[in-house]
Design a protein around this ligand. Sequence first.
Ligand code: NAG
Ligand code: NAG
Ligand code: NAG
Ligand code: NAG
Ligand code: NAG
Length: 501
Amino acid sequence: MAIIFFLSLFSLLFFTLSSSHIIPRFPYSVISPEQQLNSGSVQNGLYRTKFFTQILDHFNYNPQSYQKFQQRYLINDTYWGGAKKKAPIFVYTGNEGNIEWFTQNTGFMFEQAPYFNALLVFIEHRFYGKSIPFGGKKKVAYANSSTLGYLSSAQALADYATLIIDLKKNLSATESPVVVFGGSYGGMLAAWFRMKYPHVAIGALASSAPILQFDDLVSPYAFDNIITQDFRSESENCYKVIKGSWNLIEETAKKHGGLELLRKSFKICNNYIGVDALEGWLGQAWIYTAMTDYPTPTNFLSPLPAYPVRKMCEAIDSSVTGKNTLEKLYDAASIYYNYSGTSKCFDLNDHSDPHDLGGWQWQACSEMIMPEGASSKESIFPESKWSVKDRNAYCKFAYNVVPRPNWITSEFGGHNIEIVLKRSVGNIIFFNGLRDPWSGGGVLKNISKTIIAIVAKEGAHHVDLRYSTKEDPKWLKDVRKQEVKIIESWISQYHQDLATK
Ligand SMILES: *[C@@H]1O[C@H](CO)[C@@H](O)[C@H](O)[C@H]1NC(C)=O
Ligand SMILES: *[C@@H]1O[C@H](CO)[C@@H](O)[C@H](O)[C@H]1NC(C)=O
Ligand SMILES: *[C@@H]1O[C@H](CO)[C@@H](O)[C@H](O)[C@H]1NC(C)=O
Ligand SMILES: *[C@@H]1O[C@H](CO)[C@@H](O)[C@H](O)[C@H]1NC(C)=O
Ligand SMILES: *[C@@H]1O[C@H](CO)[C@@H](O)[C@H](O)[C@H]1NC(C)=O
């Protein structure tokens, strides 16, 4: 039996294949309900919420295209130096979820705003959060492909351009330079925005942006290889125990009373559990923890201690208590699912989506075909292959849509990126942390004097954009300092160009 982990930037969607029968099982919950963040209400006083009347379709002139929807954006002008000074505007290009959640996790922009006298703007991606076309009615917008068809990266970038241009006009700040920021898919959008709209943004900080995770640009094994390496570098035993767990679970399940034993061992609430669901639940814990293996305690996808992969391996390697393997796996998974200690039991059928990431399923069925999740013999996950056929079958089932795996590279490029970008665009920072499985699809080499790759060996998923803490290691402080210096150089170059034009 193969477990297939289906895409995921945050919204890890996975389904299982048994013979030719496809059982879709998502959206898989990111956070158990007990641990939900109070997204929305916590950060009162960080920004004002505004809505902009956006056009449904930027690329078509038929009557349907002219329909409007309300796009949410968040704004903070406390530190802005103003239009007269041509003070900069920092824009976060929202990704696949509620913009408030991303804003709360992008402390870097708030912390740098006073230094740059920057205006802060966080724009929500269409079809997510409160930026829902078709009258704000999610049921209608998500009904089927005839409405979901308006959910695409190209439309999102055009939304951002339209909104930024209009906002600058309203503020009489047409000469204020705009720098775009984003992490993960938002980082991809930031980089692509700089490439497509160089007249709107002078530069982009694209953090953990896997813009090369498309087509044949990277190995589909890269993602799982990095997770494997994350655990294996903690301890060989930890790697072996997790690698062996899939077999252990399947063998246990076959025994009389085995499923009940598994259910009890992992404190599962559901009366009946499937092996696939249990394996998916465990896999999700290892994947998300690898992605968010931050050097300080965090609460992004789930509350976690500092260096959570290490903590998981310590639980697995622990010899003091004489626990059996299932108990150790439970202890390790609990670090992801129950670090707060508030979960009574784990619900494998929990399909809650607190950050509103569900639209990613559609994106993953249309243009975001990111080959990943294939597992080699050495992988910590069961051996499996990436299959575009499986994706196609799922997408036909779910939306009756045929994925276009070559569209992203046709639209934004990717092949020969070093040669292409160095002659066509400048002022992009690509940050990647090598512990992040998405770094496999990141830009890891300097391309030109102004297209800079900052690579942190110990870094995880867009760690640079997070709020700083007193415990931050030196390498992280250095990364942020370097980013500030580079952004500063873009802005002063821009002002110089303006003065001498
Ligand atoms: C902007 O953010 C700062 C925190 O960095 C906060 O103190 C201030 O009140 C915010 N301003 C607005 C207008 O929300
Ligand atoms: C999509 O849903 C709408 C409203 O329910 C319906 O009128 C339309 O025929 C559907 N389109 C497709 C392609 O299924
Ligand atoms: C600019 O001002 C107009 C008129 O008040 C308003 O409708 C529009 O939403 C504003 N644009 C933005 C981006 O807020
Ligand atoms: C979560 O942690 C608390 C505190 O350690 C414990 O009492 C509870 O049983 C745990 N929940 C589950 C589902 O393991
Ligand atoms: C890219 O260049 C910068 C200096 O501009 C350097 O700090 C950085 O380490 C280089 N990145 C890589 C991946 O070599």
